[in-house]
Ligand binder design. Structure first.
Ligand code: CMX
Length: 171
């Protein structure tokens, strides 16, 4: 059985070695790869069968208020938005069974569909850098999403299984 004092001494030695060989600041190579600043979670997308049936749950049970309903024809969805702090909840109802939400509901049922990060950088630059790093971008260029945001999706197969959206309102 190791004495507590010797044990503590060993820990100190390990810490000093680690401190010597692992610099606290990222090296210049690492800094080159820090390119995208995510400011917050812009919204969380939830696939629902019917907005009419889902909205009352959020309003009457959770006390949130739906502030906008918008159809995004391009995405084959109708959306409803709720503000929760800096983040929104986006309910997504399919308008076409062949669209992304139609297929998702058919396969997995209702539930969380994607997470959207607000990025402060130029979206095209972020997409180019991600592509360079081997991330599969569904959109290789930004396009217009709900609420006039510029958006782009990353494929769930290269984002740990979570469909990920990047968005910015600055472009
Ligand atoms: N989250 C995690 N995985 C998902 C997913 C999701 N939301 N949607 C699909 N997948 C998975 C499927 O489970 C499937 O996995 P397996 O191969 O292991 O079975 C795989 O991706 C392929 O799925 P699919 O049903 O065959 O669908 P597609 O390949 O045709 O499309 C995707 C998948 C993600 C490329 C497509 O849905 C897409 O382009 N999404 C981005 C656009 C979008 O989602 N628009 C709706 C929201 C719009 C808005 O917010 O305004």
């Amino acid at each position: 059985m190791m004495q507590p004092f010797i044990y503590e001494q060993n820990l100190c030695i390990i810490f000093l070695f680690a401190r010597l060989f692992l610099p606290l600041q990222p090296d210049s190579d690492t800094l080159i790869h820090i390119f995208m600043k995510i400011s917050h979670i812009e919204h969380i997308g939830i696939a629902v069968k019917s907005l009419q049936e889902a909205i009352p749950f959020f309003e009457e049970k959770l006390g949130l208020s739906c502030y906008a309903i918008e159809e995004v024809a391009d995405q084959k969805v109708k959306t409803a938005f709720f503000q929760v702090g800096q983040t929104k909840i986006e309910l997504l109802e399919s308008t076409d069974p062949q669209g992304a939400i139609g297929k998702f509901i058919e396969k997995k049922g209702e539930g969380m569909h994607h997470i959207a990060f607000a990025v402060e950088d130029e979206l095209q630059t972020a997409l180019d850098s991600l592509t360079e790093k081997g991330v599969q971008c569904i959109d290789t260029a930004p396009r217009k999403g709900a609420e006039g945001l510029s958006i782009a999706f990353l494929h769930p197969k290269s984002t740990i299984g979570v469909l990920t959206e990047l968005c910015t309102c600055s472009q």
